[in-house]
Design a protein around this ligand. Structure first.
Ligand code: AMP
Length: 280
């Protein structure tokens, strides 16, 4: 059975207050919809860990830098509800914009430091939009646990920092990246790739996996970066925003995996921005 769709924070609160009064734990999976198996894996993780599961679908205008990107973002609510049905989530929270940003809304949450690098350096204001909406969704749902994908690892670390700094009592859980057969990390934006671009897209994860192997074997980023960029260019990637090794906890730039670290990339392929990261 498809889960009920709730569109107002008042109706949501009626449900969550009842659950809390019964001593039930609540999990939340924030998404922007156009659900794919990556999102569904988060819903499954929540289903296992908490008594009640809320999936939120909100295409957050404040985290888009480009009006066309916001306009073109896929919206597939009925399909999303159908895909979630077998998992048995309790509610889909699909707020209208005024439920998140009431008239006169004037507050923004900025997480310093972690947002200066990687996607933060290329998408001004993006992570303020993310931190603000996620804080609101945490507060509106009163959830005990939140499930995020490692696919957006910088976002995960920013959300963890924000919740800790604001004393929001929630456990933020990072879940593995789900990939297509060729290795391409699943993303709602993959729907925008042409058939031709789809053929080349997996080269990104191949290049990253090879770099990770070489880094583990003792090579440094300086030895690997040029050849990797060449491979990406030859495969048709128009530009590379970044291809960097960074510490997992504070995202400090590294030359070698001297502490727990991940390789991060953002590239443009046929007009579609793809991001990926893997543990080194
Ligand atoms: P989005 O709808 O793109 O904002 O993503 C919602 C959540 O799904 C975020 O926590 C993402 O990190 C997560 N997510 C997106 N793609 C994947 C994937 N391929 N594997 C695992 N989690 C993902």
């Amino acid at each position: 059975m498809t889960a009920p769709i709730v569109r107002t924070k008042e109706k949501l609160r009626t449900l969550t207050e009842k659950w809390k009064a019964n001593g039930e734990s609540v999990g939340i999976v924030p998404t922007m919809g156009a659900l794919h198996p990556g999102h569904l894996s988060l819903a499954q993780a929540a289903r296992k860990a908490t008594d009640r599961v809320i999936i939120t679908i909100f295409v957050n205008p404040k985290q888009f830098n480009n009006p066309d990107d916001l306009e073109n973002y896929p919206r597939t609510e009925q399909d999303d509800a159908r895909k979630l049905a077998p998992i048995g989530v309790d509610v889909l929270y699909v707020p209208e914009v005024d439920q998140i940003y009431p008239a006169g809304f004037a507050t923004s949450i900025s997480v310093n430091g972690l947002t200066d690098v990687l996607c933060g350096a290329h998408r001004p204001g993006h992570f303020d939009g993310v931190a603000t909406v996620v804080a609101k969704l945490f507060i509106q749902t009163g959830a005990d646990m939140a499930f995020f994908g490692n696919k957006d690892f910088q976002q995960l670390q920013i959300v963890r920092r924000m919740a800790a700094d604001l004393d929001i009592p929630i456990d933020v859980i990072g879940c593995p990246t789900i990939r297509e057969d060729g290795g391409l990390a699943m993303s709602s934006r993959n729907l925008l790739l042409s058939d031709r671009a789809r053929i080349y897209a997996p080269v990104l994860s191949e290049v990253m996996a090879d770099m990770a192997t070489d880094l583990r074997a003792g090579k440094a980023m300086a030895d690997l970066q040029e050849a990797a960029l060449d491979r990406l260019e030859q495969a048709g990637f128009a530009s590379v925003d970044y291809l960097e090794l960074r510490a997992s906890n504070d995202l400090a730039l590294l030359e070698t995996p001297s502490r727990p670290s991940r390789l991060f990339a953002a590239v443009l392929l046929a007009g579609v921005r793809l991001i990926d990261n893997i543990e080194v």
